[in-house]
Structure formats: structure tokens, C-alpha cells
Design a protein around this ligand. Structure first.
Ligand SMILES: Nc1ncnc2c1ncn2[C@@H]1O[C@H](COP(=O)(O)OP(=O)(O)OP(=O)(O)O)[C@@H](O)[C@H]1O
Length: 335
């Protein structure tokens, strides 16, 4: 047991991140709280613009002006990253916390062979020989579905296809064995079969190394196959949160139910996919109502004020005045 085993790897408390734009203050992240234990995987889902990336960037200290954390705490192994001095923060972010971006070239070094980059990742944290590190690198590429891994190891990033580059970038992040990885939709552009293979390898390595993982995606089926926990974001706030099994089996928020209803597997044969009618509100002009009110079938007078998070079911958090009474039955397979 290490000293860190008793505290969660990550505890975000009431995080608020604003962009101070010429058009006004844009509350991109508002009152977001998340807890992540070692080796656990959280799927952070929501439509485009709901604040997923800004949440990830806030945790990683990657926010650029005009973005600023204006409230809350980000406790990494008990230490608040928001108030930590820059030097310690940079060292943590370089060693213990990693990001996997949509674009693999954000992390790959274009002038180094894949082999050198992967071996360095392994040797940074394991006392094994170079040859053993190379073997581990080759095996990891193989289990991510990369054919002829020896040949790929000798290649430079530009000699690989986009999908292979992405797999290499993901493998490198995992081989570093950081305590926390935040992945921002890295598999969205990949073929579904390859994606499934990568997700299974990611899950295996995260569990094995005790890496806590936040996987940002707009795709609920990815979360169903990969994650233990889920947080659904809407207009900068978390509207529903809990274990994947609980939330996907018994979604309580109308937005989560809408997302599940719009999955291809969940509409009856011959029916068109159910889409959630309406648009997300402009964050620069958020109404003082529940942000989902204008699109909600269950809207009432109560919804003219903003709902707080409540716990209508044990461990299942919902930001809604009218959580579902009848649980919905969905046919998703949990990984
Ligand atoms: N540099 C910036 N300046 C002003 N507003 C920004 C900036 N970056 C992000 N935003 C705003 O913050 C909000 C949240 O954006 P974010 O990128 O986190 O959404 P997302 O859920 O990750 O969407 P996507 O799935 O499209 O990446 C959006 O309204 C976006 O326009």
C-alpha cells in the first residue's frame, strides 16, 4: 500500500471555469464535482460545447486566457492543483498526469522512431532492460490490433496511418503508468472494430497499473463498453452521475434519457432515431431557469429556477426537479 491508496486519485469539488470574452463572461464549467479512485474509469459525456474539454483542461492546467478557474478545488492525491505552486504543478503534470488528445501528433515526437518513444515511456517507470521494454512495447502494439508491430516500431510517426499513430499515442500514455490520464475523444475517428480493441486494451492497462482515467466522449456506447462511472454534462454542468450500470439502466434526467433514446440500437425497427428537439442554450446568455427547460417534456413552473444536484437513488446523482419515476430499460452491454 502506498500513502496515496487512502485518498482518491482525483477529487474535483465545485469546479467553475469561466472565459472572460469581449461579449461577456462565458461559464463553460459550473459547479462540477467528480471523484475518481485508482484504476477506475470515468466516462465524461455530453454534446459539443457542454464543457467536457474545458473540464479536462482545467484539471490539467492547460487553460489559456481568457479561460480561468474562478472557483472550486482539484484535489490530485489530496493536493489542490488550483493553488499548487507552478513548479510542483508542472512536475506532476509531466510525470503523474497525462493527456491523450484527439490529434496524436500533439504528443508524438515527429523526429523520433516509434520504438524510441515507446521504450522511453516504459523505462521512465520500470527497472527492466531495454530489450524487455522493447518486447513490452511490441506486445502492447500487437494487442491494440497493429499488424507487424516490429516494423511499426522502427517507423517514424509520419510513416504510420492516422489510426496507427493514435494507437501509438494511447499506448505511450498508458506505458508511462501515470496516476491519472485524461483522454479527449481519441478514438472517435477510428473504425468501430479497432476502437473496441483499443478500448479493451486501455481498460486492461488502466486496471493493471492502477491508472485513474477520464475518457471524454459524446458516444454513450463507448462509455458503456469502457467505463465504470459516468458523468453527463449539459451546458457546463453535470446533470447526472453514477456508475455506468446504474445510470444507463435507470437514467433519471430527461437529457440522459434523450441521449440513450437517440442511440441506433435503442429505436424500434423501422423507426427513425429519436433526436432531442431544440438547441443547447447560448452560454453567454444562460437563462436563470434549468438549462434544459426549453427542450424538456417534463418542464414545470419549478424549472424556472436552477435545480441543484440531488441523490434520488443511492450513489446516483441528478440535477433535475423531476427525475424519472419509471426506470427506462435499455439494451446496452456494459464492459
Ligand atoms: N478559448 C475559448 N474562448 C471562449 N470560449 C471558449 C474557449 N474554449 C472553449 N470555450 C467555450 O466553452 C464551452 C465549452 O467548450 P468545450 O470545448 O469544453 O466543450 P466540449 O463539451 O468539449 O465540446 P466538444 O465535444 O465539441 O469538444 C463552449 O461554449 C466553448 O465555446
Amino acid at each position: 500500500m502506498s500513502a496515496h491508496d487512502s485518498v482518491p486519485t482525483l477529487e474535483v469539488r465545485n469546479l467553475r471555469t469561466h472565459f472572460h470574452t469581449p461579449a461577456g463572461v462565458l461559464p463553460a464549467v459550473d459547479d462540477v464535482s467528480l471523484t475518481l479512485e485508482r484504476g477506475r474509469i470515468l466516462g465524461l459525456v455530453g454534446e459539443s460545447g457542454s464543457g467536457k474539454t474545458v473540464t479536462g483542461f482545467s484539471i490539467l492546467g492547460l487553460l489559456d486566457a481568457p479561460g480561468r478557474i474562478v472557483g472550486g478545488q482539484i484535489l490530485f492525491q489530496g493536493r489542490d492543483l488550483v493553488t499548487l505552486d507552478k513548479k510542483t504543478l508542472r512536475s506532476l503534470q509531466g510525470n503523474r498526469i497525462a493527456m491523450i488528445f484527439q490529434d496524436p501528433m500533439m504528443t508524438l515526437n515527429p523526429v523520433l522512431r516509434v520504438e524510441a518513444q515507446m521504450i522511453d515511456a516504459v523505462l521512465a517507470h520500470s527497472k527492466i532492460s531495454r530489450e524487455q521494454a522493447r518486447e513490452l512495447a511490441r506486445d502492447t502494439l500487437g494487442s491494440m490490433g497493429i499488424a507487424s508491430p516490429d516494423e511499426r516500431l522502427r517507423a517514424y510517426p509520419h510513416q504510420l496511418s492516422g489510426g496507427m499513430r493514435q494507437r501509438v499515442a494511447i499506448a505511450i500514455a498508458l506505458l508511462h503508468k501515470p496516476d491519472l490520464i485524461i483522454a479527449d475523444e481519441p478514438t472517435t475517428a477510428l473504425d468501430v472494430t479497432i476502437q473496441a480493441q483499443i478500448l479493451s486494451e486501455v481498460q486492461k492497462l488502466a486496471r493493471l497499473n492502477g491508472t485513474a482515467l477520464i475518457w471524454i466522449t459524446h458516444d454513450l456506447s463507448v462509455v458503456a463498453g469502457l467505463a465504470d462511472d459516468i458523468a453527463v454534462m449539459y451546458s457546463g454542468r453535470i446533470v447526472e452521475q453514477g456508475t455506468v450500470a446504474e445510470v444507463l439502466d435507470r437514467p433519471q434526467h430527461p437529457y440522459t434519457q434523450g441521449l440513450i433514446g437517440s442511440l441506433p440500437g435503442n429505436n424500434r425497427r423501422g423507426q427513425r432515431l429519436r433526436q432531442i428537439p431544440g438547441l443547447t442554450p447560448n452560454l453567454l446568455h444562460l437563462p436563470p431557469t434549468c438549462a434544459f427547460a426549453a427542450r424538456c417534456e417534463r418542464v414545470s413552473e419549478q424549472c424556472l429556477t436552477r435545480p441543484e444536484i440531488t441523490e434520488p437513488l443511492p450513489g446516483h446523482l441528478v440535477r433535475c426537479f423531476h427525475p424519472a419515476i419509471q426506470p427506462e430499460t435499455v439494451e446496452l452491454q456494459h464492459g
